[in-house]
Design a protein around this ligand. Structure first.
Ligand SMILES: *Cc1c(COP(=O)(O)O)cnc(C)c1O
Length: 455
């Protein structure tokens, strides 16, 4: 072992190598020196554990790899072949060309974010998307915050802090990522009054719970689960009627917040923002990156006076949206205004992708794979919308099923490749769903598959 350790070159010796020196310009000398130290230290450990000292060429190779991968960004591109359109772990909604251009414009230079150009004086960042939100939803006012969890927290804290908020036991949901309605309510400083049962809550249950301390009736969309069988929840319109009799507010947390009718795409009808406003909810909140198909944001629409008081609340400052978010939400909303969302917003393109198109794409992938000598078959399957919307609802699709000795190993290779590819394993086969793969990603996907299958 001592003999092997003596063969290990010094840091200086490695740094004298021309190839290593060539890295200096690109990576910076300090980082290269760090890489050399790290590789030599790891190799020293290996030798101590009984391995022989590798030749210099191998050590140099390791340094090159370390220096080029050590500080590469951890947030990497992923091709989503899972068939789950709004995959929260994979970043929810991909953005349209126009939305990305708007983000770029806002990011690149200065903007009139909080500046009234015609007056030459201070303006409000919240003015930008408001008119558009009102026009599209029929609301009197609109406000953007960081995400919908923040929107719910803000609405409750601003409107009902120290007061009672009545909510059905069937709507005390957890949507994942640590968001639980009862906990958010507690954080906002309201007192939670639960009514009804898990499966059934009637309007009379709300009525009986209303007292002097009651301020607000809360309605929450189930998001990611479905109650079947003997189940009933009071309708939003019933809550609105009851609230009017008692001078209370009604807040609807819609979660996914569709502006288009999912029923026209062969899915169940997902409650729409316009409907909640039309039914008389005082405030409605939803996410920017679920069925709206934009960047992460929390969107609050509703009564103008209430929105104005939210805007003045200190929490709004803490939940403030970035300029790029404002630009991106506005650009995304414009697709709805121009009635081109199904053609331009990626998640709606995916939802509306016909079975025939999924078949064509699956067949072309499968024939490429067959040419490559891999057993690939096109089989019928199901895609889902995901993102806390339409639980249990599916879209028929055509999948590519790969017959490989170890689907787990292939899945691992694809996940760790560049770009990473995530699919799913079903019945011992590795499955790719064309629905969630952007057309512009097809060549990359093919290259990634070939690389992983070769490896
Ligand atoms: C998704 C969801 C939220 C949280 O929204 P984020 O934008 O992820 O913070 C809150 N409420 C409901 C009903 C949801 O579906």
């Amino acid at each position: 072992m001592q003999q092997e350790l003596r063969k290990l070159p010094s840091v200086e010796k490695v740094l004298q190598n021309r190839e290593i020196q060539n890295l200096f310009e690109d990576k910076g000398r300090n980082l290269v020196v760090e890489s050399v130290r790290r590789v030599l230290e790891e190799t020293r450990q290996d030798i101590t554990n009984g391995h022989p000292c590798p030749p210099l060429a191998v050590l140099l190779e390791r340094v090159l790899l370390d220096a080029s991968t050590r500080w590469r960004p951890t947030l990497r591109k992923v091709i989503n072949a899972t068939g789950v359109i709004l995959h929260t772990n994979l970043g929810r909604a991909p953005l349209s060309d126009e939305t990305r251009a708007a983000l770029e414009l806002a990011a690149k230079g200065y903007s009139n974010l909080e500046y009234e150009l015609h007056l030459g004086q201070r303006g409000s960042r919240y003015a930008h998307a408001e008119e558009l939100l009102c026009h599209l939803t029929g609301a009197g006012g609109g406000l953007l915050v960081n995400n919908n969890a923040g929107a719910v927290l803000l609405v409750l804290a601003a409107l009902a802090r120290g007061k009672e908020v009545v909510i059905s036991r069937g709507q005390l949901i957890e949507i994942g990522g640590g968001f639980r309605i009862p906990e958010v309510m507690a954080q906002s400083g309201v007192r939670l009054v639960e009514v009804g049962t898990t499966n059934r809550t009637h309007i009379e249950d709300y009525e009986e719970a209303i007292g002097d301390e009651t301020e607000l009736l809360m309605h929450v969309h189930h998001s990611n689960f479905r109650v079947l069988g003997f189940a009933e929840q009071a309708a939003l319109s019933e809550l609105v009627d009851l609230a009017q009799q008692h001078a209370l507010l009604v807040v609807d947390d819609l979660g996914s917040g569709a502006l288009l009718d999912t029923a026209s795409f062969g899915l169940a009808h997902e409650p729409m923002v316009q409907e909640s406003i039309a039914q008389g909810a005082d405030l409605v909140c939803f996410s920017g990156d679920k069925l709206l198909g934009g960047p992460q944001a929390g969107i609050i629409v509703g009564r103008a006076d209430l929105v104005a008081s939210l805007r003045r609340h200190p929490l709004t400052r803490a939940l403030r949206v970035d300029k790029t978010t404002i630009a991106g939400i506005q650009a995304t909303l414009l697709h709805y205004l121009r009635q081109e969302a199904t053609e331009k917003v990626p998640i709606w393109q995916m939802i509306s992708l016909g079975l025939e198109e999924t078949r064509e794409r699956a067949e072309s992938w499968a024939s490429n794979l067959k040419e490559f000598g891999v057993g690939a078959e096109v089989v019928p399957g199901l895609s889902t919308v995901g993102g806390g919307s339409l639980p249990g609802e599916t879209l028929p699709t055509q999948l590519v099923a790969l017959q490989v000795p170890s689907p787990d190993e292939l899945a691992h290779r694809l996940r760790t490749g560049e770009p990473a590819v995530v699919g799913r394993i079903e019945g011992g086969r590795f499955i790719l769903d064309p629905r969630t793969v952007l057309p512009s990603e097809e060549l990359e996907l093919q290259a990634a598959l070939e690389q992983a299958l070769q490896g």
